[in-house]
Ligand binder design. Structure first.
Ligand SMILES: [Zn+2]
Length: 218
């Protein structure tokens, strides 16, 4: 996907700026990573805004979450990398993970409101069923295990109760697209509930979307 680690690091910074500009993460919140080898990952550092990263801030880690190369800016990996590792281990197809706190989606996560499916074609098509993982203290193995416990074979987006979201895919840009779609969908649901009563798609309408997904090989 990229010619070298430098390009990948620049891409991680670019995605970080988008996440910050969209207000998906405040302060130093959130983290994202890509898999660059069987036992090698690039991840965002701890204690730094995702909107102000430069390539020398990105950290190279192994499959135990240990920094394996000197970091030019003296950065350490995100404290939540256990979550990333657990997803990479559970899903060999996943090449990129984004953990974020998008406000509209996190509103559902803090209210213990499961995300409805069968309401909006884009969400249905690109996200599918979005499960909610039970709450566990951020940065712990329990939080990582909680997310893995709700994964289904085609899951690409999970709400984390009282915390935020995690999206993952075979590319960083696609994991980011899912984050945008998730928060846009949750914003629509909140606005829809204010505007009137949400009318779910009918079963044949949902089935037609599933057929379309199959046609696209998703
Ligand atoms: Zn978090």
């Amino acid at each position: 996907m990229y010619d070298n680690d430098r390009e990948t690091k620049e891409h991680l910074c670019d995605i970080g700026r988008r996440i910050w500009q969209r207000g998906f993460c405040a302060g130093n919140e959130g983290n994202h990573s890509v898999r660059i080898g069987p036992d090698r990952f690039l991840c965002t550092p701890t204690c730094l805004s995702k909107g102000f990263m430069e390539p020398n801030d990105i950290v190279t880690v192994n499959d135990r979450g240990e920094r394996i190369e000197a970091n030019a800016n003296g950065r350490e990996p995100t404290s939540e990398f256990k979550l990333h590792l657990a997803i990479y281990a559970a899903r060999p197809d996943v090449q990129a993970v984004i953990h974020s706190h998008p406000p509209h989606a996190t509103a559902f996560a803090i209210c213990d409101q499961p995300l409805p499916s069968g309401v909006h074609p884009e969400a249905e098509f690109f996200l599918g069923h979005v499960p909610t993982a039970p709450y566990a203290t951020p940065s712990t193995q329990a939080a990582a295990d909680a997310v893995v416990s709700v994964l289904e074979p085609k899951t690409n987006t999970v709400l984390m109760a009282n915390h935020g979201s995690v999206t993952f895919s075979d590319s960083l840009i696609d994991a980011y697209d899912k984050l945008e779609i998730l928060d846009a969908y949750c914003r629509l649901l909140i606005l829809g509930r204010q505007a009137g009563q949400i009318r779910p798609l009918t079963e044949p309408q949902v089935q037609a979307l599933r057929d379309l997904k199959t046609e696209y090989g998703w």
